[in-house]
Write a protein that binds this ligand. Structure first.
Ligand code: PLZ
Length: 460
């Protein structure tokens, strides 16, 4: 039984009556208590004595149900969700097809370990991802559980294939929190601070960052290639790993031509070109994979987050001869491609097609750009509006400069939560507000959420 917080009457802690999430939840912002409400406060108190202080949460309330475009908290408040659990619930939270597929699979078997007794959904998912990732060539996949694990395995595969060791990543990159991926991630605080030593043979090249460097794509690529040639040497380089639109680093869209030039140099030099599409992949940007928007066909693609609607699944998909390079048994893991997750992923891919969600992501891009460009016109603290599909951000600066304003980003996100909107920050400087709504969100709720944000900006 739930303990009541002293001084709070049972009526005040009545909380939500919802027993189900999914798209049938009322699609509106509706606050019935202060934020956080009494039940969230009570859970926060228990959390602070039981959960590591090293694990943070950006929202002050606890979730009870979610679906469509809302998250309902334990006090019955309904928030517009502009975060999708960091780009995961792309097809919607508790999407009906996902719930059905996982329920059916859970009732049949929950686990055998693909390395012991294989099952068909693993094979079918590999076939589907081979079709959906860019490039008309033979492809194969291996499945894991987290995005970081997919990136680690892409590097293992590239090293096995090339017999080389070095890995090149970019400024502002985010690739994960495991030892190798911490080395690949750019930002120290909070991801790396005090956690070294890091894995060796990871080199960092300059990215294309149009708002800050003003370079066109080919010029920015030449600058990065010079670093690779002079500081690493193509003969030592196993892989280049790059996010087609940088996620945690600030939703940075490289200038046109940057990614194709890097990919072409990789091909000429026998270097494996890896697109880390953990955040951009699976319809988020209005294409199945963001590399396609630049006409790039990566040798390997890392996939996670949106692919399985919240079930832990990640993949490396790419050129068959490269993915086959490690020795048999060289790739795997107890839970990699768990049957609940592969069933969920097949349902996610079907839902994207059945509900026309690539097109929906492009419509969301139009709405987001319209609202945010109007805001930028009025408010000189909005320095840049950028992104692709339902992956859009504003970079906040001191008016008239490019000096980052992280305090403003934090203030807006905090104030928006008080008013019923979940919005996340990102960026090496912490000055970027990012918008990642589920593609199941409706226009009316999106407009309502941006009315709230306009109000927050107008208030100072
Ligand atoms: N590659 C491009 O965006 C995860 C991390 C949030 P995992 N991004 C969210 C946090 O603070 O931990 C991410 C990504 C890209 C790799 C990863 C790592 O994916 O599933 O979190 O391991």
């Amino acid at each position: 039984m739930t303990m009541l917080t002293p001084g709070i009457s049972p009526q005040e802690t009545a909380g939500p009556t919802t027993t189900q999430g999914g798209p049938s939840l009322p699609q509106e912002i509706r606050l019935v208590t202060e934020v956080p409400g009494p039940r969230s406060k009570e859970l926060a108190a228990r959390r602070s004595s039981a959960v590591s202080a090293a694990v943070g949460s950006s929202m002050p309330f606890f979730a009870h149900a979610a679906g469509g475009g809302v998250v309902v908290d334990v006090d019955g408040n309904s928030f517009a969700d502009l975060g999708s659990g960091i780009a995961v619930t792309t097809v919607g939270n508790s999407a009906p097809a996902v719930v059905e597929a996982v329920t059916e699979q859970a009732a049949r078997f929950t686990h055998t370990c693909f390395m012991i007794t294989p099952y068909d959904s693993y094979v079918e998912l590999a076939e589907r991802l081979a079709e959906l990732t860019p490039g008309d060539f033979a492809k194969k996949s291996a499945f894991f559980t987290s995005g970081a694990e997919a990136v680690e395995n892409a590097v293992k595969i590239a090293r096995a294939h090339t017999g080389r060791q070095a890995v090149v990543v970019f400024d502002h990159a985010y690739h994960g929190r495991t030892n190798l991926t911490m080395a690949m991630t750019a930002k120290n605080m909070p991801y790396k601070n005090g956690f070294g030593p890091f894995a060796p043979e990871v080199y960092r090249a300059p990215l294309s960052y149009p708002f800050r460097d003003g370079l066109d794509g080919p010029t920015a690529a030449a600058r990065a290639i010079a670093v690779m040639e002079k500081q690493v040497g193509a003969a030592n380089l196993a892989a280049i790993v790059v996010e087609p639109v940088q996620g945690e680093g600030g939703f940075i869209v490289p200038a046109p031509g940057f990614l194709p030039a890097i990919a072409a140099w990789a091909r000429e030099n026998g270097v494996v070109f890896v697109a880390d599409e953990v955040q951009t992949g699976v319809a988020r940007t209005g294409a199945w994979f963001a590399s396609a928007l630049e006409g790039v066909e990566p040798d390997l693609v890392t996939i996670a987050k949106g692919v399985a609607g919240g079930l832990p699944l990640s993949a490396v998909t790419g050129r068959a001869e490269i993915v086959d390079a490690p020795v048999t048994g060289g790739l795997g893991g107890t839970y990699g491609g768990n049957p609940l997750a592969t069933a969920a992923a097949l349902a996610v891919l079907r839902t994207v097609e059945d509900e026309g969600l690539l097109e929906r992501a492009r419509r969301i891009e139009e709405l987001l750009f319209r609202r945010l460009r109007a805001l930028a016109e009025r408010d000189p603290r909005v320095g840049d509006v950028r992104g692709r599909g339902a992956m859009v951000a504003v970079e906040l600066v001191k008016p008239g400069t490019t000096e980052p304003d992280a305090a403003l980003a934090k203030k807006v996100a905090t104030e928006a939560a008080q008013r019923g909107v979940i919005v996340l920050t990102c960026g090496t400087d912490g000055n970027v507000l990012r918008f990642l709504p589920p593609l199941s969100i409706g226009d009316a709720l999106l407009e309502q959420a941006f009315d709230v944000l306009d109000g927050v900006f107008a208030a100072g």
